[in-house]
Design a binder for this molecule. Structure first.
Ligand SMILES: Nc1ncnc2c1ncn2[C@@H]1O[C@H](COP(=O)(O)OP(=O)(O)OP(=O)(O)O)[C@@H](O)[C@H]1O
Length: 730
């Protein structure tokens, strides 16, 4: 009994019944089977000082109720949202159910109180003396009174005022015997209560030990449940992780499928468009076909009518056919006769073919003979020939110096080989002026009216010799401005003008034309071109544009100049390109060297290699077309310094050319080719098999009389080198 408690003022019981245990709750918790539901054995209380304890007053299990006082937690737990939480709550509640108030860790405080023994207080009260105190005992299963329930009820202490029992009178002091009697009686009661109490204590001790073992088992069971909770929590976290992973995977898959679906949708949209387009096209085709079908049906109708017409015709045709069969038989017999005749004709044709082949062979032989004869004629004409050409006066010359134009030159009528210069000189006495004439005769004299094609006609035979395997050299010699470049190349602005183009492009055209013609006779040609310039005894490549150390080398009958560009040409156009490039390079040099073009020799070389597998012939010829430097005399040029050196170099090379030609004509053993670059370059083209033609170009102006006379004299010297080919009229 709590000493602080007033027995007359029992506290109101805060008894709360536990929620009933449902089979579901029990099944989930699975308590150990050996744990029996908690029971409290009947306790018997003997109130202090009460000797006569009624057995009915003994406490039974029914007198106890489990009171649960919910303790407010510091922090309210969140409402259960998951299985774990639910489990935890269940576990907690189960813990409270099984352990009740016996564990300090319980979240609820459970008190076990005894119902007030109303029977004892009502039925036994009259038998008990007023001094007897009915004790209400509060029992807790654990010794912690702070958390345990306090006694909830207590019988009211009977007061003498309220009691109906007779109150014992206090014995007088002198009643020693009576008082002794009372003491003995009290002693007996006390003895017997003591014995009862001892036996009850023993029972309670047993009960306590059983309760402890039950508590241990409950603790163990709680531990097991906690372990299960941990396991479930671990599983739960694993599940949560798996759920997260699955969600991520699901997102990835969803995205992937979304993309695929989008792709499929766009593809399907495209396909639908294509299909629609296809359907459109097919519809058009169908429309076209429908149209065709209509036409075909119409045609069909027409044809049916035609067939019916034709059927009628057929009958008449059949009769015609019979007639024709007869005709055919006659024709077949005619045909057989004709076949016989055709065979005869074919035999005659074979014979003719053989004759043609024989004739072609003869033509080839004759071509060979023609070549031989042609070159014999060329040789008879002379290996060095000289053509004189007088250029027409320029418009400016005609207007500025009309008196000077052609006043000193005359041509013999009917004789195309004679030219005569006239000069008025004083007589020996000096009293009168007489006209002195200088007649010259050359292989051909071209007056100013002669056109380029007419000039070329005269040299075309010579060009042909190059294709036949001869080395051909064509020079243009004369003073500056006499028309050398015009003769050899033509006007610089119209290299391929058929009316004005010069000897070089014309020669190239003829060579290509003749080579094409000769292909029918079995000849094929390879051609290559080079274009050089000799200025002050220095060689410059007019195609490659290099000036400097070019050396001339003679390898047998072939002349090679080191480090110059040689272009393989297969068409006249390619040759024109070469000429254009050379003309450009020459013009560039001219701006640097002041009228250099007239102070240098330009040499265009075309090498021709021909083969004829049919006749097993081959040829190797060279065509050199040379525009020589102006031939002004030193005295008349009045040159000094560089110009003097140029003139000296020009005169030297021109005089060397004359010396070489002279030595060749006189059959000298030593020919001074090496005396100048020009003659050394042309070594293989001067003499031997070579054929040389010199144009001597003459100015129409009388002011150039002296230069013209010199040029004609030089040309005459060259011309006279050949036996019987030059004539000089004195
Ligand atoms: N047969 C011709 N018909 C028309 N014009 C011509 C003829 N010959 C020359 N000429 C003209 O005469 C001028 C001088 O001719 P060209 O330049 O050919 O002389 P050149 O002797 O080559 O001079 P250079 O030595 O300076 O080169 C040019 O304007 C040219 O067009």
């Amino acid at each position: 009994m709590d000493s602080n408690q007033n027995p007359s003022d029992p506290p109101p019981p805060t008894t709360t019944s536990l929620p009933p245990l449902t089979p579901r709750t029990i099944g989930r918790l699975k308590p150990p089977s050996k744990i029996a539901p908690m029971s409290v054995k009947p306790l018997s209380f003997t109130p202090k000082g009460d000797q006569n304890v009624d057995p009915d007053q003994l406490l039974t299990a029914e007198d106890f109720k489990v009171h649960t006082v919910p303790q407010k937690r510091k922090t309210e737990a969140p409402p259960p949202t998951s299985r774990n939480t639910r489990l935890k709550t269940d576990s907690s509640s189960s813990s409270s159910i099984y352990s009740g108030s016996v564990t300090a860790r319980s979240t609820r405080t459970t008190t076990v109180t005894r119902n007030p023994p109303t029977r004892a207080s009502t039925t036994r009260a009259p038998t008990k003396p007023t001094t007897t105190t009915t004790t209400t005992r509060s029992t807790t299963l654990k010794s912690k009174p702070s958390t345990m329930a306090k006694p909830v009820s207590k019988p009211a202490k009977p007061t003498p005022k309220d009691s109906d029992e007779p109150v014992k009178k206090k014995r007088p002091a002198w009643d020693v015997k009576g008082r002794l009697q009372d003491l003995e009686e009290y002693h007996h009661q006390t003895q017997s209560q003591l014995l009862d109490s001892q036996s009850q204590i023993a029972n309670m001790t047993d009960e306590l030990s059983r309760s402890r073992s039950t508590i241990d088992e409950l603790i163990q069971f709680r531990q097991t449940l906690e372990n299960q909770v941990h396991v479930k929590e671990a599983e739960n976290s694993t599940f949560a992780q798996q759920v997260t992973e699955l969600r991520a995977e699901l997102l990835g898959v969803e995205k992937k499928y979304k993309d695929e679906i989008a792709l499929l949708i766009s593809r399907h949209a495209r396909e639908i468009e294509e299909r629609e387009g296809e359907i459109g096209r097919l519809k058009k085709v169908q429309e076209g076909l429908d149209g065709e079908l209509r036409i075909a049906k119409e045609e069909n109708i027409t044809l049916r009518s035609t067939i019916s017409t034709q059927s009628a015709l057929s009958v008449s045709l059949e009769s015609e056919c019979r007639a024709n069969k007869l005709l055919l038989e006659q024709t077949e017999s005619t045909l057989r006769d004709r076949e016989t005749r055709i065979q005869t004709i074919e035999q005659q044709l074979d014979a003719s073919r053989a004759a043609v082949q024989a004739l072609e062979a003869k033509v080839r032989e004759e071509e060979t003979v023609r070549r031989r004869l042609h070159n014999t004629i060329q040789e008879l004409k002379g290996n060095i020939r000289v053509f004189c050409r007088v250029r027409p006066p320029l418009d400016a010359e005609k207007s500025e110096k009309p008196d000077e134009v052609l006043s000193h030159i005359s041509f013999a009528e009917g004789d195309e080989q004679v030219i005569e210069l006239r000069q008025a000189v004083e007589s020996a006495s000096g009293q009168k002026t007489v006209e002195k004439t200088y007649p010259f005769s050359f292989d051909r004299v071209f007056p100013p009216t002669t056109t380029q094609p007419q000039v070329f006609e005269e040299i075309s035979q010579l060009v042909q010799s190059a294709l036949d395997g001869y080395n051909v050299c064509i020079f243009a010699y004369g003073q500056t401005g006499s028309g050398k470049t015009f003769t050899m190349e033509g006007p610089s602005h119209a290299l391929d003008d058929p009316d004005t183009m010069g000897m070089i492009p014309r020669a190239v055209h003829q060579i290509f034309d003749t080579a094409t013609t000769l292909e029918h006779k079995g000849w094929t040609y390879e051609m290559e071109a080079q274009y050089l310039e000799i200025y002050n005894e220095t060689i410059r490549d007019l195609i490659g544009g290099k000036e400097g150390k070019h050396e001339i080398k003679h390898l047998g009958s072939t002349t090679v100049v080191t480090d110059v560009v040689t272009v393989k040409v297969e068409t006249p156009t390619q040759v024109h390109e070469v000429l254009r490039k050379a003309s450009h390079n020459r013009a560039v040099a001219a701006t640097n060297c002041n009228e250099r073009s007239s102070r240098s020799h330009s040499v265009f070389t075309l090498r021709l290699k021909g083969t004829n597998p049919l006749t097993s012939e081959s040829s190797s010829g060279t065509l050199n077309l040379i525009d020589l430097a102006g031939s002004e005399r030193l005295s008349s040029s009045g040159s000094t310094g560089d110009r003097l050196r140029e003139t000296q170099a020009i005169n030297k090379s021109l005089s060397c050319l004359g010396d070489v030609i002279s030595a060749l004509s006189s059959g000298d053993k030593h020919v001074p080719y090496r005396n100048s670059r020009l003659t050394y370059l042309l070594q293989n083209s001067l003499g031997g098999n070579s054929k040389t033609l010199m144009f001597v170009n003459v100015s129409p102006l009388s002011g150039s009389f002296g230069e013209t006379l010199c040029s004609l004299r030089f040309a005459t010297k060259v011309n006279s080198c050949m036996i019987g080919s030059a004539k000089r009229v004195k």
